[in-house]
Design a protein around this ligand. Structure first.
Ligand code: CO
Length: 475
């Protein structure tokens, strides 16, 4: 008698502590609040938890005055059993422009050294050359390299296009493929085809990452799971849905006693969800979960965050009546630019230009610096052809680069280390400074003063004990 087929176990990756609060609460969770739930989450049995990278690195320092490296070390210590995952924007790391290769190497070395197991790497244009250095570095450091493909809809982007991209990423050394559906545009039946085709073409495990924005994500997961998806990204129910991920408990319950059973125990979720519900209340001012389902995402095929940004910017410009015009302008700008997927930083680049075109009443009368850089090829190769007439209108006779953009960026780590040398000799601090110089300077200055005071205090205490004069007291 033939052996019974072994049930395929689907894994759940929890994103609450990265994408969950990034999508719902402007990335404001403090390290203390994260640590409150981290050890209970460590007991669940998740395939991985995404806890770092994306916007968390920047906001940690910018708004919370916290050291993102320190956060990572604390999470690692609190979650010894679970694989920690981070989101990395390819050559942009966790910033908004390309960095030199030596900076990419150092950043990844430190991320893995401080506890990251899985590095999910993507590029806004799906330009393979922007993945390559980060993938090599992650491989070298022994991390699991997950290459993520930014999912979008355009005349260029077909199932075949994505599968071809996935196959090339496998050849570059990817250990798994993630379908990154940042806007919640992936429809259930497309998900099924996409997952099946990528698995057939690559033979690699496929992980699905969707946002609930359009109300589609859990249906897409189910179809993707039937087609063989190995892991799906979910969030704790009190931090799920709307622009966040589907709720883990719903997916776990839906798959129970099927060949796709996750094997996870639903009972352990209740206290964690309850705690997160309380924590979430603190961040009410940043809560942007209205509307729960954004039908405009499906109408306009752009991320919900982009539409709400337009509304607030148009309000500021006293031109809210122009919203429809802006929403209609986005696809035109996107076409001019060769159909980039709309994800950081291209969503901001396309959005800002569409807004300018409408507000100035003339297309490309003015262009942002980022749009100029984009047209010069500095972000990489767009998926489709660029409108040459518009390109010349925007950048004149400027040279267009066709090489890997980072090939034009000189090594910069040693120089930055020198620049910030008065305040730190720690390589992790230097990375903060390279990526966010304006906020890192005062942050490191303050950190140095605090550390110096601690040393002074210790000297003071010791001298007191010896009955000598206190040379330095607390300040
Ligand atoms: Co996401």
């Amino acid at each position: 008698m033939a052996a019974k087929a072994k049930p395929q176990k689907v894994g759940i990756c929890d994103t609450t502590l990265r994408d969950g609060h990034q999508s719902l609460l402007a990335t404001r969770f403090s390290t203390a609040d994260i640590l409150e739930v981290a050890s209970a989450m460590d007991e669940v049995g998740f395939a991985a938890v995404e806890v770092w990278g994306g916007a968390t690195f920047d906001t940690c320092m910018r708004y919370l005055n916290e050291d993102p490296w320190d956060r990572l070390r604390k999470i690692r210590k609190t979650m010894p059993k679970t694989k920690l995952q981070m989101l990395l924007r390819g050559q942009n790391l966790v910033g908004y422009r390309h960095y030199s290769d030596d900076v990419v190497d150092e950043f990844i070395k430190r991320a893995v050294g401080n506890g990251i197991d899985v590095i999910r790497i993507f590029d806004a244009l799906n330009d393979l050359r922007n993945y390559s250095r980060a993938m090599e570095a992650a491989k070298k450091e022994g991390a699991h390299v997950q290459a993520a493909i930014a999912y979008t809809i355009s005349p260029i982007h077909s199932i075949d296009y994505f599968a071809e991209e996935a196959a090339k990423l496998r050849d570059m050394g990817a250990d798994s493929i993630c379908i990154k559906d940042m806007a919640g545009l992936l429809l259930p039946f497309s998900a099924e085809k996409l997952v099946r085709t990528i698995i057939a073409r690559t033979g690699l495990p496929v992980q699905m990452h969707s946002h609930y924005t359009s109300g589609m994500a859990s249906m897409s997961y189910l179809k993707g799971i039937e087609a063989g998806a190995a892991i799906v990204d979910c969030a704790m129910s009190s931090m799920a849905l709307a622009s966040s991920q589907p709720a883990a408990v719903s997916i776990i319950a839906a798959l129970k006693d099927t060949p796709y059973d996750t094997g996870l125990d639903l009972n352990v979720f209740a206290p964690i969800n309850e705690r997160l519900k309380q924590i979430r209340k603190k961040y009410k001012a940043f809560d942007n979960t209205d509307p729960r389902i954004d039908a405009n995402v499906l109408r306009y095929q752009m991320p919900g965050g982009m539409i709400s940004n337009f509304i607030s910017q148009l309000k500021d410009a006293n031109a809210l009546d122009k919203l429809q015009e802006v929403l209609d302008e986005v696809p035109r700008v996107r076409e001019d630019m060769g159909y980039p997927p709309l994800v950081t930083p291209t969503s901001q680049i396309v959005g800002a230009q569409a807004l300018l075109n409408v507000l100035l009443g003339q297309r490309y009368k003015m262009a942002t610096n980022e749009v100029k850089a984009y047209f010069r090829g500095e972000y990489g190769m767009p998926p489709g052809a660029i409108n040459e007439q518009i390109r010349r209108q925007v950048i004149g006779d400027d040279k267009v680069i066709t090489c890997r953009p980072a090939d034009n960026i000189k090594s910069s780590f040693a120089k930055a280390r020198k620049e910030i040398g008065a305040w730190t000799d720690d390589n992790e601090d230097v990375l903060l400074y390279i990526m966010f110089p304006q906020i890192a300077r005062p942050f490191l200055e303050q950190k140095m003063i605090q550390e110096t005071h601690i040393e002074y205090d210790m000297i003071g205490v010791e001298q007191n004990a010896k009955g000598q004069d206190v040379e330095f007291g607390p300040v």
